[in-house]
Design a protein around this ligand. Structure first.
Ligand code: AMP
Length: 481
């Protein structure tokens, strides 16, 4: 079995764009700061000042790289796009940091991508065969080369031509001399919203990035929609054949920020409803409901209210360390959990505890937390998970380990209970998750969301993955240089 996940470009990102504001770079810095949860590995901003493009890209957090006035001064212009990148494996190199920038016959173009292309390796192989010289190992660069080799005349037509050749999940923001473009893949897997500030237009992955700059939310960019923002204002195109929307349900479960409104749903409220649904589906007699912070907090509140059991902060999180999950090696990941959480003995000792988290991936977090809660005197520990078992890897832009490493892919609930050491374990059902999202049930054959990580039902063809499974040769795209 070839380990394709280990070396695939893990892109799980936040994007931000501004057209027509004198403080474009400063606004982008703030926007990226609000989107930091979508990617902590690296960030970049490219601006255009009417004559020239300016770029600053760096490894590390937004606050570390963009907080100085000097950096902002070096990014003049009224158009800007920014990107936060998230990666969990492979060496991190600056040439993979977005936005990517290239000079074309029509001028410069910068592009930032949230998502993952599922036929990037195949396209890259073909492009390299035709003479393209790749600068990075990012799947996004395929789009850059497809734009370069397109025979269409306008930038928008070239981009559309490129996007007709790629398969996958993408929300993109592109910027050239005279416009900023936002586009979502036809299924609308990843989010993208449009806002307005002082007459300028803003594009962002989530509404929390509009809030931070005081921009007014206009609307979500629709699945398959391309918006072009230029001196004439904004225009919308629908260059793709209409297909059923499949927004990523995991954005509600974990990935988006709770204060964001995604596709009309407040994420916090959605998580609380999932917690309430979980309480109805999997009640248990206990003394206290405790969230695994921060990811389990809203669902735990929903669970506690629905079950009328006290809610307490029994685990305290140290906010000054990064997310456990992004640490690159197993050894560090284990260490990270200890660094991050501590039990609050006062509310645990002698109690029957219900622990609530949003998901179990490898089971590392749950195992450590359960151990910690028992050591703090819990008499019983019941784990409740506000999503169905994560049984499949995501190929559409949320980084998950390869299938073999997913606890729920190789164990049933009974076996998982033993692994993480709890007295009981229950997950919300897939139908329950849909009900919490306001749907009646998951319609068999016609689900309204992408729920592949829970169902294995992949709505977009996994071209590269299937190629590898069938013994295809990996291109150099798979190696982080
Ligand atoms: P694990 O310790 O591997 O079971 O990971 C579970 C924890 O990671 C949970 O607390 C989740 O909130 C969090 N988590 C789930 N999915 C992701 C993801 N794609 N990226 C980062 N963290 C995640």
């Amino acid at each position: 079995m070839i380990e394709i996940d280990d070396d695939k470009p893990h892109e799980e990102c936040g994007i931000f764009g501004v057209y027509g504001h004198v403080d474009a770079a400063a606004l982008s810095t703030l926007g990226l700061h609000a989107l930091q949860h979508r990617g902590q590995e690296a960030s970049g901003i490219v601006t255009f000042d009417g004559v020239q493009f300016h770029s600053h890209r760096a490894l590390g957090l937004v606050g570390d790289n963009f907080s100085s006035e000097d950096v902002i001064k070096r990014l003049p212009g009224s158009s800007a796009i920014g990107h936060n990148r998230y990666s969990t494996s492979g060496a991190t190199v600056l040439r993979n940091v977005q936005p990517l920038f290239a000079d074309f016959e029509f001028g410069g173009l910068a592009i930032g991508h949230n998502g993952n292309l599922t036929n990037a390796r195949l396209l890259r192989r073909e492009l390299v065969h035709r003479g393209s010289l790749f600068q990075s190992t990012s799947d996004t660069e395929v789009i850059v080369h497809l734009i370069a080799t397109s025979r269409r005349k306008t930038v928008v037509d070239r981009l559309v031509d490129a996007l007709h050749q790629v398969i996958g999940a993408y929300s993109l923001i592109a910027m050239c001399n005279d416009m900023v473009i936002g586009v979502r893949d036809p299924l609308g897997v990843r989010p993208l919203v449009l806002g307005q500030l002082d007459g300028a237009y803003i594009l962002a992955s989530e509404t929390c990035a509009l809030d931070i700059v005081g921009a007014e939310f206009i609307r979500d960019v629709a699945p398959g929609e391309l918006v072009v923002i230029d001196a004439n204002g904004i225009r919308s195109e629908q260059p793709f054949r209409k297909v059923k929307n499949r927004f990523c349900i995991f954005e509600y479960v974990y990935f988006s920020r709770p204060d964001s409104v995604v596709e009309g749903n407040n994420v916090y409220e959605a998580r609380r409803r999932i917690g309430a649904e979980l309480a109805r589906e999997a009640p248990v007699d206990a003394d206290v409901v405790i969230p695994v912070p921060d990811s389990g907090v809203p669902a735990a509140l929903g669970y506690a209210r629905e079950s009328n059991i006290a809610y307490e902060l029994g685990i305290i999180r140290n906010h000054y360390v990064g997310r456990t999950f992004i640490e690159p090696s197993d050894r560090i990941r284990h260490l990270g959990v200890k660094l991050k959480h501590n039990a609050n003995r006062e509310v645990i000792d002698g109690k029957r505890v219900i622990l609530v988290d949003d998901s179990i991936v490898r089971g590392t977090t749950s195992t450590k937390i359960v151990e910690m809660v028992r050591a703090a005197g819990a008499t019983e520990v019941h784990m409740r998970i506000a999503s169905p078992p994560t049984t499949h890897s995501c190929f559409y832009g949320v980084d998950t380990p390869q299938r073999e490493e997913l606890l729920a892919a190789k164990h049933d609930v009974e076996a998982m209970m033993k692994v993480i050491g709890v007295d009981s374990l229950a997950y919300v059902s897939l139908d329950g998750l849909y009900r919490a999202m306001g749907e009646t049930n998951r319609e068999v054959g016609q689900p309204q969301y992408c729920d592949a990580c829970f169902s294995g039902d992949y709505p977009i063809a996994l071209i590269d993955h299937d190629d590898v499974e069938e013994g295809g040769k990996l291109s150099s795209l798979t190696q982080h240089a």
